[in-house]
Write a protein that binds this ligand. Structure first.
Ligand code: AMP
Length: 285
């Protein structure tokens, strides 16, 4: 497995692989890897791509500095896991490699209402930081395919729109959410859950599924309010529970409002913020 902290060394290695007509599959991550991340690697390998993973905790997408400081970092274990998943290359840059001093890499794209709802409402600035770093990493790696998880559904939608707006050559491939046996979506943040909050956490997914099942019979707003109350009663501090059109991310009124509906939620379990979503109608990806 090739490992580098430097853009130049990575690009030299990538150029050699591309000469051998290898296609490149790229999965950007923030480390503290789990099986959800490894599934991105496995998907790339199954498609015949060389799997390239970046591990970079991007400071510009954290609107909350204590969240950035507390973000779990497990580099040694990450490398072992990637090796075991047959990953081909890992890019672990320091901040200066991604954002060279003096270079202005920020992109000002307009994602319309898509970036103002849900995560956009509760994490101001998050998506512009995320889009900037994904664009920068795509410019460094120039992959044939970009692998991202459905777990961050809004992020995926915004990256899809960025690729369209900037006419980037990478094909976006969605990886379905990988879950623990009890339904909790795998997340780097899960290791920070207290035992009591870990026991509570699967209720998030259960609430998404059970609320979603009722959309054929009840109006979306009523179900969302009930789901928020249920999460709060269970011991979460929910931020939003929204049933949205899977393309525009705007709220739907009911099951017949769209052919692609996704229920999305974010809630605090103690001091850990969890997000999850399930597709209620149509197909993501
Ligand atoms: P992160 O390290 O949290 O920034 O995530 C890196 C990539 O892994 C993103 O494309 C995520 O959507 C994806 N990912 C994170 N958790 C999961 C999961 N449980 N299942 C599938 N993909 C995931």
């Amino acid at each position: 497995m090739f490992l580098s902290k430097h853009v130049d060394a990575l690009q030299e290695w990538l150029a050699q692989q591309k000469e051998g007509h290898q296609t490149i599959g790229f999965a950007p991550t923030m480390g503290a890897l789990h099986d959800g991340h490894l599934e991105l690697v496995r998907m790339a390998k199954r498609a015949g791509d060389l799997a390239v993973v970046s591990i970079f905790v991007n400071p510009t997408q954290f609107n909350d500095t204590s969240d950035l400081e507390k973000y779990p970092r497990t580099p040694g274990r990450d490398l072992e896991l990637l090796l075991s998943a047959d990953c081909d290359a890992v890019f672990m840059p320091p901040v200066e490699e991604v954002y060279p001093p003096g270079a202005d890499l920020s992109i000002s794209l307009n994602f319309g209402e898509m970036e103002n709802v849900m995560e956009g409402e509760f994490r101001p600035g998050h998506f512009s930081g995320m889009a900037t770093v994904v664009n920068r990493l795509l410019d460094i790696v120039k992959p044939d395919r970009l692998y991202m998880g459905q777990k961050d559904f809004q992020q995926l939608s915004i990256v899809r729109d960025m690729i369209r707006q900037l006419k980037l050559p990478a094909e976006l491939v969605m990886c379905p959410t990988v879950r623990e046996a009890d339904g909790l979506a795998m997340s780097s943040r899960n290791i920070r859950l207290t035992p009591a909050m870990r026991a509570l956490a699967p209720i998030l997914h259960q609430t998404l599924l059970e609320t979603g099942e009722q959309l054929q019979r009840y109006p979306a707003r009523e179900l969302e309010a009930n789901a928020m109350a249920r999460l709060e009663a269970a011991g979460f501090r929910p931020e939003y529970f929204s049933m949205v059109d899977g393309r525009t991310l705007q709220p739907v009124d009911g099951f017949d409002s769209s052919d692609f509906i996704v229920a999305c939620t974010a809630a605090w379990a103690g001091d850990v913020r969890l997000i999850d979503n399930v597709v209620l109608k149509g197909q993501a990806g």
